[in-house]
Design a protein around this ligand. Structure first.
Ligand code: SF4
Length: 344
């Protein structure tokens, strides 16, 4: 199989160009075409001689992802089904809210983890996405934001299918290209990586200092409850995660967001609020209370609006900064935890 030309760094591209007897500046032109202009064929590289384009085509390909289908929610959220080169499907979402245009993107085809509140868990993990496939999602969602709402993307969340910290190298490289002036030039402060909490990799992320935001799927205040919802808690329990977050804050000075999905009669009592407050106050952080979107397994139910509000007040009375996050796009299965390649 030919290599995707985007897997080469600029230096590697320069080396290839010198091997095929082409000047260095041509390599820079190609680099610009594939990243800044995000073209998906060599024929579009119009400032390159035809013969050069031909040579490139013989050796390389561009494994661009394409939009297979899209659905628009009554609240304006758009869910995309993206087809990748080996015919697998992944999903991404555009969430418009005021001036904010947020892309929620996937990092893996399926997911190897089995969080009980998440529809993606029903899809086996097939493979990691390459960094350029992650980048492509951002480019396509940005284009859609401009077409539908005449605004460019303002924010990116790594919260779609897959666990980003289990595809670390590609996720990191995608962030580097999204934020590079040679790529999309977005501020890393506009990027949030959301993880179930893999302690070792949170520390690595802190060491690599990408200047992005971090969100943690905490979801329950005790190991017993969290373990029932998220099997990953067995190897990365609450203490291990908080310890890693402590390290993260020490290194980056960036406040963490805890995500907490509200489940009826499960994690919404006064005792739950008390225990949750004790955990989150161990590091500078805030809590997003997330409305649960029931999935087919029927294990959990959504908390009522009133109880969610009570829970919020209980947290606030304990000096925890918290918000309730209303779900977007639930009528098209585009909301948090609902991505499972369903179309219609
Ligand atoms: S919540 Fe994230 S990590 Fe858990 S199963 Fe769903 S996609 Fe995977």
């Amino acid at each position: 199989m030919k290599k995707d030309i985007r897997s080469l760094s600029e230096e590697q591209l320069i080396a290839v160009f010198s091997e095929i007897g082409e000047p260095k500046y041509r390599a820079k032109q190609v680099h610009q075409w594939v990243w800044q202009k995000a073209v998906h064929s060599f024929q579009e590289m119009t400032n390159l001689p035809k013969a050069t384009r031909q040579k490139l085509e013989e050796q390389f390909e561009i494994r661009a992802i394409t939009i297979e289908h899209q659905q628009i929610s009554e609240d304006g959220t758009i869910k995309f089904g993206f087809r990748v080169f080996d015919d697998e499907l992944i999903e991404g979402v555009l969430i418009p809210k005021g001036d904010r245009m947020t892309a929620c993107i996937s990092s893996q085809v399926g997911c190897s983890l089995t969080c009980k509140f998440c529809a993606t868990a029903s899809l086996d993990r097939k493979r990691n996405l390459d960094f350029f496939e992650i980048y492509d999602q951002v480019v396509l969602v940005d284009k859609a934001a401009k077409e539908h709402y005449q605004k460019p993307l303002t924010n990116i969340v790594y919260m779609g299918m897959g666990e980003p910290l289990l595809n670390y190298a590609n996720v990191k490289r995608s962030i580097e290209m999204i934020t590079s002036p040679d790529g999309l030039g977005m501020s890393p402060k506009r990027i949030t990586l959301s993880t179930v909490g893999i302690a070792k990799m949170i520390k690595k992320l802190a060491d690599d200092d990408l200047k992005i935001n971090l969100a943690i799927s905490l979801h329950a205040p005790t190991n017993q409850k969290r373990g029932q919802m998220m099997p990953i808690n067995e190897s990365n329990d609450i203490d291990a995660v908080v310890d890693a977050l402590d390290y993260w804050y020490e290194k980056t000075k960036s406040r963490v967001t805890h995500q907490y999905v509200m489940l009826k009669n499960y994690n919404e009592s006064e005792e739950d609020a008390k225990q949750l407050a004790e955990i989150v106050k161990r590091i500078p952080s805030k809590v997003n209370l997330i409305e649960y979107n029931p999935i087919d397994n029927g294990l959990f139910e959504r908390t009522s609006g009133n109880r969610a509000m009570n829970f919020l007040r209980m947290l606030e009375s304990k000096n925890v900064i918290a918000n309730i996050r209303r779900s977007r796009g639930k009528d098209i299965d585009a909301a948090c935890g609902q991505l499972a390649n369903k179309n219609g």
